[in-house]
Design a protein around this ligand. Structure first.
Ligand SMILES: [Zn+2]
Ligand SMILES: [Zn+2]
Length: 142
């Protein structure tokens, strides 16, 4: 069963080949600024998505290893994507809020839990990772 998503104004839309099974929250300061709140990412391999209106996307290189794409008309945060070479290159993390429906996708993980503002927290029992653990996962020491 495929799942679709779109920005607020509809200029950009996408279709995922499969319905997402889970989502993860990122509490890092960049995701908070970019999303205007809490970024809930849906991890999707690059070959499992097709875009309609991709020319309406603008991407911002937020770090040497990733970019963040948004609608140039309405500013909706569409996806975060790893650009650095390695096993994660090209993987998309679509914003949960851009999905059409599919509101039963469960929150299962939280990244950079040590950066979460004290003013809120999720009640779901999630797999929480600290900054140190996230860095170890993406750039393991050899
Ligand atoms: Zn838009
Ligand atoms: Zn983040």
């Amino acid at each position: 069963m495929s799942t679709s998503g779109a920005c607020l104004c509809g200029a950009v839309s996408y279709t995922l080949t499969d319905k997402p099974k889970e989502t993860g929250a990122c509490h890092c300061s960049m995701c908070r600024k970019w999303s205007g709140g809490i970024f809930l990412g849906i991890e999707v391999p690059s070959e499992a998505v097709s875009f309609d209106g991709a020319e309406n996307l603008t991407s911002y290189t937020s770090s040497p290893w990733a970019e963040r794409a948004f609608c140039k008309t309405c500013g909706s945060s569409i996806y975060y994507r790893v650009t650095a070479p390695g096993p994660h290159q090209g993987t998309y993390h679509f914003g949960y809020g851009t999905l059409d429906g599919a509101t039963d996708v469960p929150l299962t993980g939280e990244l950079f839990i040590d950066n979460k503002p004290d003013g809120y927290s999720f009640s779901e029992k999630t797999h929480q990772m600290t900054t140190e653990e996230v860095m170890e996962m993406f750039a393991p020491k050899d």
